[in-house]
Design a protein around this ligand. Sequence first.
Ligand code: 13P
Length: 251
Amino acid sequence: MRRPLVAGNWKMHGTRASVAELIEGLRRQSLSGDAEVAVFPSCLHIAQVVEGLAEVPVVIGGQDCAVEPQQGALTGEVAASQLREAGCAMVLVGHSERRLSLGESDEVVVRKFVAAQACGLIPVLCVGETLAQREAGETLVVVGRQLAAIVDAQGVGVFARAVVAYEPVWAIGTGLTASPEQAQEVHAAIRARLAAQDADVAGKVRILYGGSVKAANAAELFGMPDIDGGLVGGASLNADEFGAICRAAGN
Ligand code: 13P
């Protein structure tokens, strides 16, 4: 039985004031505990969120980490060990906004994934195809390649301490959501690829869906057999909306 996870990716949003409001809003939510809840603030706001949500069962994560696990001379980067020390338990790796806008390769994503685990963080590996790739019928090839980068380098066993997030690029921030059936097809394919090497690991790994998840479509998506929760962008900036999504995952 996989415990659902709902994760809010705040991206490059927030001021100290708006983050304080969001913290207050999250503290007011009744979260059943059936679903695990996580938020990924910008690095600047991690300390504020760790402090503000100290008594609330919400996991804090970073949005990215350096390829080098330990602190050192790497201007502008944040080490996984620093995230851990700041109170993070998870970190996103390979988000499409970084792969596409910043040219992050599979090779770099693998190094970040390894750095995260080396420091005791759970990496949330983001995978997903662009619209052009979907229209060319390449969805499963693209996602398979992104997954294989980790499996080939590190073995399937590392997914015992990781989360996968399927985020079709065309559904991110566009209001277009993959239908539950479209998402389920990819989630099942991801699980089957892992199961081909280790059925136990594949059966336990949580695979989140991301891309325009909101309270109105969450229950339907989370009702699919291989969708174990969501990675939520825009809707996670509204505490009531995010709370409703978390409750949909707990039911
Ligand atoms: P939206 O929910 O805003 O589409 O963003 C999804 C996402 O990229 C989460 O990482």
